[in-house]
Write a protein that binds this ligand. Structure first.
Ligand code: NAP
Length: 336
């Protein structure tokens, strides 16, 4: 019988953690034991995994004994505190937070982009930011052929990217609007229903937000290319699930729209939805609940000789987080 693995999930009750459980089930990951870990608020409650009820345990420094793999998704400060204990206990951690992504000894991995980096790990493998994943899955095949020198990206990010409280906030605000009640907000600095916020994460001295700078720094790390330029504007939109992104790229070698479309049609993890004449293009309602990044509106940029423009969308809870982490775990257990 193939080896079965003991898996811990830090943040098992969260927006990403709960999808992690579903992805392990869907992909039939060889799980011998599933240990859901969350805060004291959830300890003792039950979760369903493969039709059976599993008790949630409070996350403590001693939570990791006997675990082979830990999927961490409880926030960066929680990862900073507990992941070293998981590694100490002998587990390999796939960390979904920003805590270790830019540390030199920690591979940052999208399997379709740099799977080979997985085996350089020393106990921790980092899962990239969701917007970076959704951007790079379709850009990697173009980069391999034409070398991307510059990316200008605007994101249209769903509220579930902020976590489960933000999903509730958008639902509540829609109900308050419909019933004519005053609209309350706590998670975001302003109302998100029927609005758009040009602000994700904290502002830096250079005027960009941390989220926007992650898209530059993580891209450079995964492509092993510090010369690539990325200018991002990260926008929160009143969509429940799936991030969309407008991408403008400049390449060293010219790519026609047709060449780019053909490269994307055979690229792993990508589905081309690009038939504007028949109103076919990627939309977050269509990408939610599945694992491919949809790419469309592919066209040559009329403002730049070596420029291409495209529009992509993908489920950031799945490919942007949980699926990517489980794919890394699958490669890890399969070995080089
Ligand atoms: N949402 C996304 O699309 C996305 C994508 C990529 C990466 N990420 C990253 O993934 C992480 C989790 O995001 P999320 O959206 O899933 O957040 P979330 O919905 O707010 O869930 C947070 C999870 O962490 C647990 N938690 C919070 N404080 C804890 C504590 N002190 N001790 C133990 N567990 C604690 C919560 O448990 P309780 O239920 O007990 O409070 C819950 O399970 C974040 O670092 C986020 O940046 C999120």
């Amino acid at each position: 019988m193939p080896k079965q693995y003991r898996i811990g999930i830090m943040g098992a009750t969260g927006a990403v953690g709960s999808i992690m459980l579903r992805i392990l089930e869907e992909r039939d990951f060889p799980v011998a034991e599933l240990r859901p870990l969350a805060s004291v608020r959830s300890a003792g409650k039950l979760l369903k995994f493969r039709g059976e009820e599993v008790k949630i345990r409070e996350l403590t420094e001693d939570s990791f004994k006997g675990l082979d793999i830990v999927l961490a998704s409880a926030g960066a400060s929680i990862s900073k505190k507990y992941v070293p204990h998981a590694v100490e206990a002998g587990a390999t951690v796939i960390d979904n937070t920003s805590a270790f992504r830019m540390e030199p000894g920690v591979p940052l991995v999208i399997p379709e982009v740099n799977a080979e980096d997985i085996f350089k790990h020393k106990g921790i493998i980092a899962n990239p930011n969701c917007s970076t994943i959704i951007m790079l899955v379709p850009l990697k095949p173009l980069h391999d052929v034409a070398r991307i020198q510059r990316i200008v990206v605007s994101t249209y990010q769903a509220v579930s990217g902020t976590g489960s409280q933000a999903i509730t906030e958008l639902e509540d605000q829609v109900k308050q609007f419909v019933s004519g009640e005053p609209i309350k907000h706590e998670v975001y600095p302003y109302q998100i229903a029927f609005n758009v916020l040009p602000h994700i994460d904290t502002f830096q001295d250079n005027g960009y937000t941390r989220e926007e700078m992650k898209m530059l720094n993580e891209t450079r790390k995964m492509l092993h290319d510090d010369s690539i330029q990325v200018s991002a504007t990260a926008i929160r939109v009143p969509v429940f699930t799936s991030h969309s992104e407008s991408l403008q790229i400049e390449t060293e070698k010219k790519l026609t729209a047709q060449q780019a479309r053909e490269l994307l049609e055979s690229a792993p993890g990508v589905k081309v939805v690009d038939d504007p004449a028949n109103l076919k293009y990627p939309m977050p309602l269509d990408t939610s609940g599945q694992d491919l990044v949809f790419a469309g509106r592919i066209r040559e940029d009329i403002s730049h000789a070596h420029g291409l423009a495209l529009w992509v969308a993908g489920d950031q809870l799945r490919k942007g987080a949980a699926t990517n982490a489980v794919q890394i775990a699958e490669i890890l257990i399969r070995g080089k």
